[in-house]
Ligand binder design. Structure first.
Ligand SMILES: Cc1cc2nc3c(=O)[nH]c(=O)nc-3n(C[C@H](O)[C@H](O)[C@H](O)COP(=O)(O)O)c2cc1C
Length: 302
């Protein structure tokens, strides 16, 4: 049985990765399992300089998933390179850095530094809904997506994955812009923008008023978007949004994803990513699939 995948030039032992911002820099989860069981780890959003993020409250639960408005809190790329990367490198897995910035110059400067680090790829976050400047602003239009991608492409010599926002009317056109800008792959979706109101205080629960929704509730939206993007571009797709099982992962792969990522599911069960790897293998055995690559994009539309 083969579960190996080549994703935009990154050789992974299986298609399962963990999503940015839900796995920190791996330390907490390494207490539970060997991180080498994963295809890749995607780091917390990392910026040129340290960021303190938004004011609390920054997370809350709803009846159908969690909201977050962390606002890209992180220690900055220098700290990451010195303190977190050496730890992550102890494990036999690929390391993809989720890169965020407030301006194109900042993305470019950051990627120049990332070029010199021992990492396997960069996921450009142009889709965070929780910061005022940059980020989602770049990823919300065809022109913006193309421009930030092509500027980064000029300096980055590692595989470039661009992470897309669902907070747009036509995600396929943005994926197209990003492909034309020179991305090696796209990942989708980041969180749909949402809000919860405390009816007794008559105020939003999050200090930032709005936040991104994640968890199983958003999966059908993400599957639809992965399918639409797969019909529009020729670069590979990493699918995410609400994955909590091998079956969920397979659904994304049938829709056109080459790899998948698990986000909020990690908070429900720290073992969920390894269970997803096992669930994929179980599905392959049940359905007599020899090579996982054979199911990518194999949904038959009605
Ligand atoms: C607490 C939290 C922090 C996140 N931080 C980031 C981030 O730094 N960069 C990023 O690209 N996405 C971030 N995300 C979005 C996730 O990576 C993922 O795209 C989203 O949650 C949908 O997947 P899920 O439903 O499996 O969680 C964050 C999500 C959560 C819940």
């Amino acid at each position: 049985m083969n579960t190996k995948i080549n994703f935009a030039g990154i050789e992974m032992k299986n298609p399962v990765t963990v999503a940015s911002g839900t796995f920190g820099y791996g330390r907490e989860y390494a207490e539970f399992f060997d991180l080498g069981k994963l295809g890749a780890i995607i780091t917390k959003g990392t910026s040129l300089k340290p960021r303190s993020g938004n004011k609390p409250s920054r997370v809350c639960e709803t009846a159908s998933g969690m909201l977050n408005s962390i606002g890209l809190q992180n220690p900055g790329v220098e700290y990451f390179a010195k303190n977190d990367l050496p730890f992550l490198r102890k494990f036999d897995t690929k390391i993809i850095v989720n890169a965020c910035g407030s301006s194109i110059d900042e993305y470019v400067e950051l990627c120049k530094i990332l070029n010199n680090l021992d990492i396997d790829g960069v996921e450009l976050n142009v889709s965070c809904p929780n910061v005022k400047e940059g980020c989602m602003a770049f990823g919300s239009t065809y022109e913006g997506g193309k421009r930030v991608t092509s500027e980064v492409r000029k300096v980055l010599n590692k595989p470039l994955i661009v992470k897309l926002t669902p907070n747009v009317t036509d995600i396929a056109s943005i994926a197209k812009g990003v492909e034309e800008g020179g991305a090696d792959a796209v990942s989708l979706i980041n969180t749909p923008l949402a809000m919860k109101i405390d009816i007794y205080k008559r105020r939003p629960v999050l200090a930032n008023n709005t936040g991104g929704l994640s968890g199983p509730a958003i999966k059908p939206i993400a599957v639809r978007m992965v399918y639409q993007v797969s019909q529009a571009v020729n670069i590979p797709i990493m699918g995410l949004g609400g994955i909590v099982s091998g079956e969920d992962a397979i659904e994304f792969m049938l829709a056109g994803a080459t790899t998948v990522s698990i986000g909020a599911g990690n908070f429900i069960d720290p073992y969920i990513s390894v269970k997803t790897v096992e669930g994929i293998e179980e599905y392959m055995r049940k359905c007599n699939i020899e090579d996982i690559n054979d199911i990518i994009g194999k949904v038959e539309m009605n």
